[in-house]
Design a protein around this ligand. Structure first.
Ligand code: GLY
Length: 594
């Protein structure tokens, strides 16, 4: 049994102070003096002015180009996001949706701004709670015209630019248009996506037909190789229209006509009215705290913010009075796992779009409730009864480790920060290409509870609160997060990877705040994932995990190996203002800045 004495917490806190000091000082001081960065791998870099960490180098460069031209963090994020639509077409794009958290530091009048922009896809007007159970189509919520929500990305990005950016629409769209016209080089992730999509279409001519010319355009009909050039003049055309005419080009013009044309041909639900009535929702971030830091993260319909606040709160309490265990140690991994199991059980039971159903956000994130969850954690053993975590019937479903989605983090020279996560859901989304405009429609409808009681493609069991309704937004795991200390940004992070977004982002933030790991090491370090159901603790392959896995079985966990636990892009800001950025090597991104 762990000795729970407050005194033991003091050296742990002192240790944390030391590592935070290293995080915020050390090397950066030297770099400030020498004005150089030490040798770093390609996926990490430090910048004195502003930094962008996306999961593709071209997108990071697109953002950095805006910063170099005098643009702010939102200009950079919007440029990078549009560029991702071109260079990560299987992950996110103008056929999808996303969330953006923005922090604007205090101006000369002391006015500071904290904002979230919710441009998640919405259920079309024809889609009610029984739409998918009544559908005579196999996999209707994952493939084909029934799977798509009304896209929000174009509205969201242009809203952010108009209200928080400084640059012209044409300027921020220029790098994306260039990437689409001149092309980009296929990397390993592009080829992995091709293989994933090949697996979904090879025995299904109807799915291949939905992809149409885009299968040839993006993947040379399955013959694309690393190093080949990918051009997408059709998406360049869409982006030019958006640059010239704004969001109306997408929601009411030629692009809307093309989307509706595909829907009408396949009997899908999205109409002209659905597109024309799409609106972003703007609000305030969900706020949490961890060891003297303030977290700004995403409220519902994201589950990420609530889950992270619970995970951090449970850990803070279960570590109280304990000498801080090493990252990757059996005790730390067990406590982290228990925290994740509680957070995912609450996700299943309570979370959904709070514009449509009551979600007890204040209660779920209250210190009293989190203390109660922490008190249920046995530091020596996992709880054998899954109902001890939540009352929704757990179901051991198959889980899809993959996932589309893309996260980018930005901090500019003024200290303004953006955390932005966008998705078309699974790799390749619904596999429905919009003819003439070179992009894929999302399959975000599968993030709803499409069949009550059944898990979704990520193996997530969700409640009836998350049933589809016209205009409702599906529950998400996207967790864009900004960490502040004394009103200053110290970290920006977020991830892709379905529910692993939550576990991946949490662990990278904890690596920094608890263990003082800087961007590169904190992002590289192996991670674990548990989503309550399926009841499996999953490990990324890595040297440290074999012994750890044995130890975790000793705590009563069933263990498993998985591919990756999220793909995280993070930036740490040290006390000298240097931005240390890392794009996760798991997807091959590279940060940029100046
Ligand atoms: N589509 C993945 C998510 O939003 O969680």
């Amino acid at each position: 049994m762990i000795a729970r004495t407050r005194l033991l917490w003091a050296p742990a806190l002192a240790g944390i102070g030391v590592v935070l000091g290293l995080l915020s000082g050390g090397c950066a001081r030297d770099m400030t003096h020498l004005n150089v960065t030490p040798a770093q791998p390609k996926h990490a870099a430090s910048f004195s002015n502003g930094a962008v960490a996306a999961d593709h180098r071209a997108a990071s460069e697109a953002g950095a180009e805006m910063l170099r031209q005098g643009g702010n963090a939102v200009d950079a994020a919007v440029a990078a996001s549009f560029c991702l639509s071109v260079v990560r077409p299987h992950s996110c794009g103008i056929g999808g949706g996303g969330f953006m958290v923005i922090f604007v530091p205090a101006d000369e009048r002391g006015v500071e701004r904290r904002v979230v922009i919710n441009y998640r896809e919405v259920a079309p007007g024809a889609v009610g709670p029984e739409y998918y159970t009544g559908l005579d189509v196999a996999d209707g919520s994952t493939f084909g015209v029934h799977a798509s929500g009304v896209p929000g990305t174009v509205a969201g990005l242009l809203h952010a630019l108009e209200h928080f950016g400084t640059m012209d629409r044409r300027e921020v769209l220029a790098p994306a248009i260039r990437a689409a016209e001149e092309g980009f080089i296929a990397d390993a992730n592009h080829i992995e996506a091709m293989e994933n999509i090949r697996g979904k279409i090879e025995d299904d001519p109807a799915r291949l037909a939905m992809l149409g010319d885009l299968w040839e355009r993006l993947y040379k009909s399955g013959e694309m190789r690393i190093g080949d050039r990918v051009q997408n003049p059709e998406q360049a055309r869409a982006l030019r229209l958006i640059a010239e005419r704004g969001a109306g080009a997408f929601y009411r013009g030629d692009i809307a006509d093309a989307i509706v044309g595909v829907m009408e041909e396949g009997g899908g639900p999205i109409t002209r009215e659905d597109l024309a009535s799409y609106r972003v929702r703007r609000g305030e971030p969900l706020r949490g705290s961890f060891m003297g830091h303030e977290l700004l993260t995403m409220p519902p319909p994201s589950s990420g913010g609530i889950a992270m606040i619970q995970i951090f709160g449970i850990l803070e309490r279960t570590l109280d009075g304990v000498e801080l265990p090493a990252r990757g140690s059996p005790l730390y991994t067990h406590l982290l796992t228990e925290a994740m199991k509680h957070a995912f059980a609450d996700r299943a039971e309570w979370l959904a779009d709070d514009a449509f159903v009551e979600v007890p956000v204040a209660r779920l994130t209250s210190p009293a409730y989190i203390a109660e969850l922490a008190s249920r954690v046995d530091p020596e053993r996992t709880l054998d009864d899954l109902f001890a975590y939540g009352s929704v019937t757990p179901e051991n479903a198959q889980e899809n480790a993959g996932g589309g989605t893309s996260h980018l983090s930005v901090v500019d020279s003024s200290g303004m920060a953006v955390a932005c996560t966008e998705t078309i859901n699974l790799i390749g989304g619904s596999l429905v290409a919009v003819p003439g405009f070179g992009f894929l429609m999302n399959n975000e409808m599968d993030d709803f509870t499409t069949v009550p009681g059944a898990p979704n493609a990520f193996g997530l069991r969700q409640s009836d609160r998350n049933l589809p309704e016209p205009g409702k937004r599906p529950l998400s795991s996207m967790s864009p997060t900004i960490v502040l200390m004394d009103g200053r940004v110290v970290m920006v992070a977020g991830a892709s990877g379905g529910p692993r977004i939550i576990s991946g982002t949490s662990q990278v933030v904890l690596n920094a705040l608890l263990f003082g790991m800087r961007a590169q090491r904190g992002v590289e370090a192996p991670r674990v994932h548990h989503q309550w159901t399926p009841d499996r603790l999953q490990f990324e392959p890595g040297s440290e995990t074999r012994a750890l896995r044995r130890a975790m079985r000793g705590f009563g966990h069933s263990t498993d190996e998985t591919g990756t636990v999220g793909v995280v892009q993070a930036i740490y800001v040290d006390k000298h203002g240097w931005k240390h950025a890392a794009s996760d090597p798991r997807k091959g991104g590279r940060p940029a800045g100046h």
